[in-house]
Ligand binder design. Structure first.
Ligand code: AP5
Ligand code: MG
Ligand code: ZN
Length: 216
């Protein structure tokens, strides 16, 4: 199965992706996670991407498309994949269409997680992530058992640099300008399913899995 999780920053894409890949047995491909890993390791890609992430801007399409195409070529994507945070522009969506066409593949569904702006900001400022394994928490909505300690690996839990209020607002604006047009893009291909993201985490997962089962 080949799926896309679409939605504004802090809609809950990463949170849902983690639950979905367990059930569907396909890899989660998060471009944001790939960039953060490269920044942490100081790779050439990380050096190129860092400023964009810090500023809440999109990394240039050419760079993103190359990375995703390479990732999709890997063996573990043979049985399908879940894209989290890609595509984010019409150019990226067209590049993905080209890749799929060249490889005789098709998309099964695009899940659009809808969340209002004020809720997005609340989620951003309260989000915490594990420095070591990337597990995601929220101080109020999804707290770790022990304060500042990751439930999964015992690592330190910190705030993401781009979750400061100003940068979170900037990312939402970038989403509205660059990414929101993809709703129509996938609607016209009859691939879009919209999910109410302002429910409890488990209920959002249920709604997503219902849609996925409808088409499988
Ligand atoms: P990326 O990492 O993809 O960031 P994003 O899209 O801004 O999304 P987030 O990771 O912030 O949110 P999410 O939807 O995953 O929410 P989460 O599950 O964590 O990208 C970062 C940067 O990388 C970009 O700004 C850009 O620079 C670059 N980049 C990445 N991809 C790119 C691309 N394709 N092209 C160009 N540049 C790219 O949840 C958020 C919080 O809410 C958590 O605290 C969670 O606990 C809580 N929460 C989740 N669900 C619920 C719920 N139902 N109820 C209550 N709380 C909830
Ligand atoms: Mg994410
Ligand atoms: Zn951890």
């Amino acid at each position: 199965m080949r799926l896309i999780l679409l939605g504004p920053p802090n809609a809950g894409k990463g949170t849902q992706a983690k639950k979905m890949v367990n059930e569907l047995n396909i890899p989660q491909i998060s471009t944001g996670d790939i960039f953060r890993k490269n920044i942490k390791e100081g790779t050439p890609l990380g050096v190129k991407a860092k400023n964009y992430l810090d500023e809440g801007l999109l990394v240039p399409d050419e760079l993103v498309v190359e990375i995703v195409n390479d990732r999709l070529d890997q063996d573990d994507c043979g049985g399908g994949f879940l894209l989290d945070g890609f595509p984010r522009t019409v150019v990226q969506a067209q590049a993905l269409d080209n890749y799929l066409e060249q490889n005789n593949l098709n998309l099964d569904i695009v899940l659009n997680i809808h969340v209002e702006k004020d809720v997005l900001i609340e989620r951003a400022v309260g989000r915490r992530v594990c420095k070591n394994c990337g597990a995601t928490y929220h101080v109020e909505f999804q707290p770790s058992k022990k304060e500042k300690v990751c439930d999964v690996c015992g690592g330190e839990i910190v705030q993401r640099d781009d979750d400061k209020k100003e940068t979170a607002e900037k990312r939402i604006q970038v989403y509205l300008d660059e990414t929101q047009p993809l709703i129509e893009y996938y609607q016209s291909k009859e691939l879009l399913a919209t999910i109410d993201g302002q429910q409890e985490i488990a209920k959002v997962t249920d709604d997503i899995m219902k849609k996925v089962k409808e088409i499988s």
